[in-house]
Design a protein around this ligand. Structure first.
Ligand code: MN
Length: 231
């Protein structure tokens, strides 16, 4: 087969302990999935889970022990960090039950759902889609994938983010409103999951702005830290 121009390269993430990489297909993100974060965004009460997408090429893949770089994006004056646990799908399916979800997960990674909060806020007010606030280039820094069997007790892992060495976000994955199995159950009623799909599972409270020159270090216990500098 030939193309009228070279196709974009396949986005992929290194896998801890393996030479083979994890090829990324889609990026699903869950909105407002920790109680204290929903509150800081002005919402209370349990709502049904809802989802948005980022393009696969929004990934900034950061190998273990390295520091990735993101450029401060256009149009915004309020670029926010959201540290998130990322579930990486290895086996696809539709209408997956929460109790069976584990079998579909290849592994886990640490990700950042970088957000142009001012633009997202304007879209919310207008009842418009969030893409301009969420789905821009370099909006999804991600660290290596750890195979599920080596990731430890991920449902109870600590999740945290520091900016320039100071705590910004610190919580535990056990505080997810919709846990990973429930997210996969809901998602797979609406879309057919496939190998290579990433699910950003939501961020805990403490989201705030970063500026050029800041260094973000985030983690989920059991997974390699994610280090990113804002250029
Ligand atoms: Mn998020």
């Amino acid at each position: 087969m030939s193309y009228v121009f070279n196709p974009a390269p396949q986005v992929s993430v290194p896998v801890v302990g393996r030479a083979e990489r994890f090829p990324v297909r889609r990026i699903y993100c869950v909105g407002r999935n920790y109680v204290e974060h929903a509150k800081e965004m002005g919402f209370t009460g349990r709502e049904a889970p809802f989802f948005f997408f980022k393009p696969a090429d929004a990934c900034v893949v950061v190998p273990a022990g390295e520091t990735g770089t993101i450029r401060y994006p256009s149009l915004t004056r309020d670029l926010h960090h959201e540290i998130e646990l990322v579930a990486c799908i290895g086996t696809g399916g539709k209408n997956i039950k929460a109790a069976d979800a584990r079998k579909h997960i290849f592994g886990y990674a640490v990700g950042l759902d970088m957000t142009r909060r001012d633009l997202q806020g304007e879209q919310k007010k207008l009842g418009r889609p969030w893409e301009i606030g969420k789905s821009f280039e370099e909006s999804a820094p991600i660290g290596p994938v750890v195979p599920a069997a080596q990731a430890g007790d991920i449902e109870n892992a600590e999740i945290w983010l520091q900016v320039n060495g100071k705590d910004r976000q610190r919580s535990t994955v056990s505080k997810l409103i919709w846990n990973i199995g429930e997210i996969i159950e809901h998602l797979s009623t609406a879309w057919e999951l496939a190998p290579g799909d990433l699910i950003f599972t939501g961020t805990p409270e403490g989201v705030a702005a970063v500026v050029a020159g800041d260094t973000l270090v985030g983690g989920v216990s059991g997974l390699p830290e994610l280090r990113v500098r804002v250029a």
